[in-house]
Design a protein around this ligand. Structure first.
Ligand code: BG6
Ligand code: MG
Length: 214
């Protein structure tokens, strides 16, 4: 029986991909590092510093740890600046209906995001108070595909791991959910994962999944 649903944020609740991409692109262009959308796909769900490591695979020079921290800070400043234009209109289709139905069904809801900007984003889109718990990049050391973020979310909710369903748009997030012993519901890019328990074109399909588990 599914007692709680843990939502990834970026790409599930709100589409911040383009904001991440533009901010990383600014950094990459400044450093003359080739960076394109296919590389950006690999950054889904992984932490800021791990994202940088992936981008630097194409760099023509090596960077010290101190320089890497500066590059990540530069990206984050550009990213946060661009998030000032984020509002409720950026909430992805079906999300509000799903949250409202789950609430009526007595199912707990949480955020499980690798982002350290998750709380700011939730405030921008006016959904900060819509969740029973928020687990974000500040709560963990190891980001997805490690299971840590979802285990923290389940603990904050007070729900057993095996009674949680994770909604993810990243393959790394599906792997993390399965490592956490949870059900994994894939949307978007994550539908190519072989590990997902459910794959959907429309997030609203998760209501049936939750109902059928009861
Ligand atoms: C995840 C994104 O939600 O957050 C990743 O999918 C991003 O692409 C990660 O790298 C960390 O985000 P932030 O906001 O802490 O830099
Ligand atoms: Mg995501």
């Amino acid at each position: 029986m599914i007692k709680a649903v843990i939502f990834d944020l970026d790409g599930v609740i709100v589409s911040t991909d383009e904001f991440h991409y533009q901010a990383w692109k600014l950094m990459a262009d400044q450093e003359c590092i080739p960076f394109y959308k296919t590389i950006n796909h690999r950054l889904r769900g992984v932490s800021r510093m791990e994202s940088l490591t992936i981008i630097l695979e194409k760099a023509h020079q090596s960077y010290s740890e101190e320089e890497k921290v500066k590059l990540a800070e530069f990206k984050n400043q550009a990213y946060v600046k661009s998030l000032s234009s984020l509002d409720e209109t950026h909430i992805l289709p079906g999300v509000l209906q799903v949250l409202s139905k789950l609430k009526k069904m007595g199912v707990k809801v949480a955020i499980g995001s690798s982002s350290k900007n998750a709380q700011f984003i939730l405030k921008q889109i006016k959904l900060f108070d819509a969740f029973d718990a928020i687990a974000d990049g500040h709560d963990i050391i190891h980001s997805k595909p490690a299971p840590d973020i979802f285990l923290v979310a389940a603990t904050k909710l007070g729900v057993e791991d095996h009674a949680c369903l994770v909604v993810e748009d990243a393959v790394a997030g599906i792997i993390a959910a399965k490592r956490a012993g949870m059900f994994a519901f894939a949307v978007g890019d994550a539908r190519k994962s072989v590990e997902a328990d459910y794959k959907a074109d429309d997030i609203k399909e998760l209501i049936e999944v939750v109902k059928n588990s009861r």
